[in-house]
Design a protein. Structure first.
Length: 539
């Protein structure tokens, strides 16, 4: 049972899946209790019976584990009960999938910002009043105005000095220039997540099972060419026992996938909906040939600089963000906790580099807290798109994913523009006290080539050519989208095309990554579609 919640609320509906009956019935079955699944479930439970199946555990069993200072450690925790599952893309880039109630909102850097209006138009959000109501519903519970201390203030002032103008102050809106966005970390550094939105659930109408891994969607038999119709799911508990959750007869109910950009297309394919040649090669019975499932999966590539500071820095998550007119987004974190092995690696590898520059090394360089920060840039709408393929029929195996970072030359050009602006921030007068004088941004490119940030090869010109630097030192920023794209796999109501009683409601439906960070939009989407589904039922 959860031990601490951000709200004083009855969460007795959250249980381990080992206590689930062999067969159960619900009006709606939501696969994935993540950033979209939690607000969706809370909303639907107002009037109908809802089941949420989450493959991870509770974020409340160890309430300080996801605090601001533990952002990096939380990502690289390799214990079985970790909140993040590590996988390496076919491109050689280290990635993560959330594996916890609350999803990505439990492991991200906390930044909260609305989508740009163009994204809303292209994604079928035709009721803007409901969009705004849904944002406010989320923000009332989990969003705060960040405290701007020295590091984030220096980033903000450095962005303005680098002509990322105008300064737009504190705002949730996506506006060109430099702004302060919202955060899901409170003033004490404690994280508030999508799981907190379950406060609004009606306890008698909802059940949440933890460590419940869904292996397939069940369909009714197709007779005389009838359309496939979802009727339930099969899930496995921690002990390996299988359970069935079925839709209540005549309830107008649905199975809704909210398992994320990787989990939702993976489960569709495991259940027989996807490219038929892939399914047949693994012995999966094809329910429907849908060649676009798993296609056009995209990650916004991120590149940046680790900046070592001669002065101690505060713990900060993303607060100040620059949005350039060429749609590059620049953001930073600082002072987060390190593993002991990282501190030793810094001592063994980075101290010699700094000594070569003639800089006087600060005494805080080998502490267990990052002696500086990470500044990243990403750009909007990369042209390079990838695909997802099943690795096996085991739902616990992460699929093969190739994002094809920088396959399109236009993406390299966009990255270079972003890096040039980022380097101006690092070299700015406003930021000067947080870097060694001898280590300019250009020198810092060499520093990044020493860091084991991915598994891609380094080239002789990695630190002298920004084009090669972008390709060689690319990182994920975890803003995956695609795989179940709106208009290709799902329709305007997020129903899977060609199938009845089945929807996908998460970031896998997005054609692009909205704004500077997608979490606000994904939480809003869960609330928005929950309200829409209830409206449709009552009409």
């Amino acid at each position: 049972m959860p031990k601490r919640f951000a709200v004083d609320q009855d969460y007795s509906f959250v249980e381990e899946s080992i206590f689930a009956p062999e067969i159960s019935h619900f009006d709606y079955i939501i696969v994935g209790g993540g950033t979209a699944g939690c607000p969706l479930a809370a909303t639907l439970s107002e009037t109908v019976n809802v089941l949420v199946l989450e493959r991870g555990g509770s974020p409340y069993d160890n309430p300080n584990k996801s605090d601001k200072e533990n952002i990096l450690i939380n990502l690289l925790d390799i214990l079985p009960n970790s909140y993040a599952e590590i996988f390496i893309s076919e491109d050689g880039v280290i990635n993560h999938r959330a594996r916890v109630l609350g999803g990505g909102s439990v492991i991200n850097a906390g930044f909260y910002s609305h989508a740009d209006t163009d994204f809303l138009k292209k994604s079928g959000f035709d009721d803007l009043a409901l969009v705004n109501d849904s944002y406010r519903w989320v923000e009332k519970e989990v969003v705060f105005k960040p405290e701007m201390l020295q590091w984030q203030t220096a980033i903000k002032d450095g962005l303005l000095e680098a002509k990322v103008l105008p300064f737009n102050g504190f705002t949730f809106d996506h506006i060109n220039g430099t702004k302060i966005g919202g955060t899901i970390f409170d003033e004490d550094g404690h994280r508030h997540t999508a799981a907190d939105l379950l406060k609004h659930a009606k306890p008698d109408n909802i059940k949440v099972y933890l460590h419940a891994t869904v292996s397939e969607i069940l369909f009714t038999a197709q007779v005389n060419g009838s359309r496939p119709k979802a009727k339930g799911v099969v899930f496995e508990d921690l002990l390996g026992y299988k359970h069935k959750a079925l839709l209540t007869l005549d309830s107008k109910g649905e199975v809704i996938l909210a398992a994320g950009c990787i989990g939702s297309p993976q489960l569709l394919m495991l259940s027989g909906i996807g490219p038929v040649h892939q399914l047949e090669s693994l012995g999966i019975n094809a329910i429907m040939d849908q060649p676009m499932v798993g296609q056009d999966i995209t990650d916004n590539p991120a590149n940046g600089l680790v900046v070592l500071s001669p002065l101690p820095v505060e713990v900060s998550s993303v607060s100040a963000v620059g949005i350039t007119h060429s749609n590059n987004f620049i953001e930073a974190v600082s002072g987060v906790n390190l593993l002991p092995s990282w501190s030793q690696w810094i001592s063994d590898n980075l101290l010699p580099f700094i000594n070569q520059t003639g800089a006087k090394v600060a005494s805080n360089l080998t502490t267990l807290r990052a002696p500086g920060g990470l500044i990243l840039e990403k750009f909007k709408d990369p042209k390079s798109k990838g695909h997802l393929e099943l690795r096996s029929t085991n739902p616990k195996d992460s699929p093969k994913i190739r994002f094809n970072y920088f396959k399109d030359p236009k993406d390299i050009k966009n990255c270079v523009e972003g890096m040039e602006t980022l380097m101006k921030v690092v070299d700015s007068k406003a930021f000067s006290k947080f870097r060694y004088e001898a280590i300019t941004a250009k020198e810092n490119l060499k520093l990044m080539t020493l860091l084991p940030i991915n598994l891609r090869p380094r080239h002789d010109n990695t630190s002298t050519s920004l084009e090669q630097y972008c390709i060689d030192t690319v990182l994920t920023i975890w803003h995956y989208h695609g795989g179940c794209e709106f208009g290709k796999v799902v329709d305007k109501n997020y129903r899977v095309r060609g199938v009845d009683s089945l929807r996908v409601i998460d970031g896998s439906t997005f054609k692009s990554s909205p704004g500077t960070n997608p979490q606000a939009i994904v939480m809003m989407l869960g609330r928005y579609m929950g309200v829409r589904i209830l409206q449709d039922r009552h009409s």
